[in-house]
Design a protein around this ligand. Sequence first.
Ligand code: 13P
Length: 334
Amino acid sequence: MSIEQLAETALAMVAPGKGIIAIDESTGTIQKRFDGVNIECTEENRRAYREMLLTTPNLSDHVSGAILFDETLRQSTKDGSPFAKVMMDSGVIPGIKVDKGTVPLAGFPGEVVTDGLDGLRDRLAEYYKLGARFAKWRAVINISEDAPSQAAIDANSHALARYAALCQEQGLVPMVEPEVLMDGDHDIDTCYDVTEATLLSLFNALREHNVMMEGCVLKASMVISGSTCPDQAPVEEVAGATLHCLRATVPATLAGIVFLSGGQSDEKATAHLNAINSMGEQPWPLTFSYGRAMQSAALKKWSEDMNANVGAAQEAVYARARANGLASLGEWEG
Ligand code: 13P
């Protein structure tokens, strides 16, 4: 894999009017989502659900790629076509979540660091053979009275940088995700300060580890009020603060920025993305990489009747993809 191919994949991931669907829930997380709609979390139900999502007709009109979980990359449609092949044939780039989740950071109660570097080189080589062309690693930054510490921020940045360098060595585009959690009653200014410190640390580490910006995508959280903050910042303020923070910290040579939805409602996630893309030219494309904000309507429909409602659930995914695709161009009208 050449440097040019990495850059080409990265640009395709953030192609105009398109974004990413995140369907990389670990077994524990998908269990929570299925519990919420009374679906039994069996391997076959997980497979059938992901088949419904990935075979949505014309998904690639607005979706450039999908992030899968390890289990899903090894699965096939009911008629036996590997998901990775179905995706490539329909113009959706296969991606893979490669971190192993968070563990407590020793010495820093309440803070976490992401595991998964041991053996990562070999796993990436296998994922490439299975068809993946980009990979995601999620770091989690908590906001509380005493957190985050600089030590937690830097430990997570270091892991993200090592993962990103390994991805590029193995021909996969790294999607680096430092998620500043919305949980808490902090205000938007606190979120700004934490996000700024996190991104400064991250891009320093990426540079130290010789990660090529043109072949790398940032998956960012928006600068937003804490979910239980009594004073919720309005859409325009979230968009303005998010852009200001990104412009202050992210190199212009980065291929692109995608956002997670992080527990925002479907509508809010789209409105924020649209406002961000209505504020003029930026150094990079800014689009979506939503999990919940792409899937929740479809999951609800599908859960009501897994067989009869496949078409209706796919219409719900397509509608969310279309809305977010328009928002990535600043052309969503609500
Ligand atoms: P949400 O959009 O549901 O936050 O999920 C995106 C994701 O991939 C988190 O790692």
